[in-house]
Ligand binder design. Structure first.
Ligand code: TTP
Ligand code: MG
Length: 356
């Protein structure tokens, strides 16, 4: 049986802006284009949602619902970098990750042995790491397949965790409205309701032939989801560019020997990760990452380096010299060759003939 976690950040773009300007936290706040420029909102915080303000709403309309709404412009490169850091955190827990958007991903933790192999505890550890290191909250759903995990991550939003155990899947899915099934938009939901199917429990009783006539190949999916079933696997198409480990220390390390003393332990962890991923032949160079206690971050990397203690010591000494401050976080990593993964290497040889 699979163990799947679905993670979705809470009011993602707005959360990042609130982190950077905490005076916005308790005020209705949104991120989007200006009303004058006929802009729309990308998202808004939860206080703004109480006024009925929503994603994709024209900003002018949002002001009518909530005149005191504060709207900040979209800073997509900032959100992209937070998204990349979030993925780095996920990668500490599992290699089987399918990002769905900037703020959302499926993680398969079926074969993860840390946290006693408990998917719920892994999900909590991820939520804590994201909150502590990135200053935003994420909600998580944990279950035996993608469908249930995704529905569950919305259950206790914001900043919530919902676990649907194998025993609970049947009852949990039966009670869902048909609209909760991915792919069922307002039009399909309306059709299903008019056929008498409001919940997944109703849908389970549907005549498969009638359903097929109405919805074609989607009928099969509808019936599976109605029973809480979903056999899709987590699809890791991302091409890995690096492998790394990092550690945030509960009290800051002195700038110097205390940091060097941490290297052997970190390297051991990194080596274990490299061995697990079977990507060692693609290592191009080593790098270290340092976060000082003023939260500034620096990385040091150099061609010709490898994942050896000696190379990391030299890189670390260079990095520590950049600021005379105590250290909050240390990371070791290797950059990988931009080789394509194996499955891309198996392209048919007559590919040029197919695309003259
Ligand atoms: P969502 O996860 O859909 O929304 P959210 O994270 O803002 O709020 P929630 O707490 O309900 O999950 O989308 C993630 C980000 O994608 C969102 O912060 C902004 C962006 N986005 C748009 O730019 N346009 C849109 O229409 C939507 C829905 C989201
Ligand atoms: Mg979100």
């Amino acid at each position: 049986m699979q163990k799947i976690i679905h993670i979705d950040a809470d009011c993602f773009f707005a959360a990042i802006e609130m982190r950077d300007d905490p005076s916005l936290i308790h005020k209705p706040f949104a991120v989007g284009g200006s009303a004058e420029g006929r802009g729309v909102l990308t998202t808004c915080n939860y206080p703004a949602r109480e006024y009925g303000v929503r994603s994709a709403m024209p900003t002018a309309q949002a002001y009518r619902l909530c005149p005191e709404l504060i709207v900040a412009p979209v800073n997509i490169s900032k959100y992209r970098s937070v998204s990349a850091l979030m993925l780095d955190i996920f990668e500490r827990f599992t290699d089987v990750i399918e990002p769905l958007s900037l703020d959302e991903a499926f993680l398969d933790v079926t074969h993860v042995s840390s946290h006693d192999g408990s998917a719920s505890r892994i999900a909590e550890a991820i939520r804590t790491a994201v909150r502590d290191e990135l200053g935003i909250t994420v909600s998580a759903g944990v279950s035996i397949n993608k469908f249930i995990a995704k529905v569950a991550s919305d259950w206790h939003k914001p900043n919530g965790l919902k676990v649907v155990t194998p025993d609970e899947v049947d009852g949990f899915s039966a009670a869902l409205k048909v609209r909760a099934i991915p792919g069922v938009g307002p039009v399909t939901a309306d059709k299903l309701t008019r056929m008498g199917f409001n919940t997944c429990r109703d849908l389970r009783e549907a005549d498969p032939i009638r359903l097929k006539r109405r919805f074609g190949s989607f009928a099969q999916t509808l019936l599976e989801r109605a029973h809480g079933r979903d056999n899709r696997s987590v699809n890791t198409q991302r091409i890995r560019k690096s492998i790394s480990v990092e550690h945030t220390y509960s009290s800051d390390l002195g700038n110097g020997k205390p940091c060097l003393d941490k290297l052997p332990g970190l390297l051991e962890e990194l080596t274990a990760r490299i061995e697990k991923t079977d990507l060692s032949r693609r290592i191009r160079k080593a790098y270290i990452k340092i976060k000082f206690n003023d939260f500034s971050t620096t990385t040091v990397e150099r061609v010709g380096t490898a994942a050896t203690l000696n190379d990391y010591q030299e890189l670390l000494v260079d990095g520590l010299a950049r600021r005379d401050l105590p250290i909050r976080l240390l990371g070791l990593g290797v950059r990988l060759d931009p080789d394509l993964p194996e499955k891309f290497e198996q392209l048919p040889l007559d590919i040029e003939e197919q695309h003259p």
